[in-house]
Design a binder for this molecule. Sequence first.
Ligand SMILES: NC(=[NH2+])NCCC[C@H](N)C(=O)O
Length: 276
Amino acid sequence: MPATFVVVPQWQGSGSSRALRLSDGAEAIRGDLPASSTRVVEVPLEAGDELGSGLPRLGSLQLVRDRTLAVLADVDDWALTIGGDCGVALAAVDHALERTGGDVAVIWFDAHPDLNTLESSPSAAFSGMVLRTLLGDGIGPLVPATPLAAGRLVLAGVRSSDEGEDEFVSATAIRQLTVDDLADPAALVAAVEATGAGSVYVHIDLDVLDPGELLGLSDPVPFGVTPAALVAGVRALKGRFGLAGASIAGFSPASPDEASDDLPTILRIIGALTAS
Ligand SMILES: NC(=[NH2+])NCCC[C@H](N)C(=O)O
């Protein structure tokens, strides 16, 4: 069955001064996807209220999460959710946890671990908290009914983390692969095998890539992976595990020209995820 693409042009989860470009990025990717297998989730124009929670823009984040879950509920097979900011993975991973009964490992390709709480976050941006929320620590209405177990998570390519995130990763012994480790796809497969899960969910924040390889990044961090290593890793995972779902986030081109320069790389990654 061909993949279904669920495009979510959410920007409200980002703390970047370039946040609004994330909706342009989602739209640019959408323009290259087959319309018949693409659904678009409507994102409110306004930032949204914190609803007394302390989390900026909670109202919009919750609305988009609910709309995304409703669209995903109608997808028969796995879906590739396309952001927007990393916060779009909240609904997408939640959906994968539900459809697999929790028998899924999440591989999180990202320059950042996104494991902040509201208290530890330097920016109060939800995209820096989304993975922690999926693990069960977060603003009540956003925490999934079946949270992800820390032993089912593999961080890949992280090279910019905050103090509270480092403490959490050490305390929970979350598995991690460095940029160098990712040169060997077998290491990636072994790390996911070690979680004991029967299927895999692949999240890709494009900032896992080296900024020299992709211009349109909202939170670029030097010394990232090459597109070739990322694509080889995705292929190896697909060869070994069933795919329970996937997301691509963080594309924030400054202009249509910049988007055109980056799209071939993004389409190669999409191709690796969706190849049969
Ligand atoms: N997925 C991302 N782009 N995350 C950026 C997070 C940056 C920083 N750690 C924060 O929490 O504010």
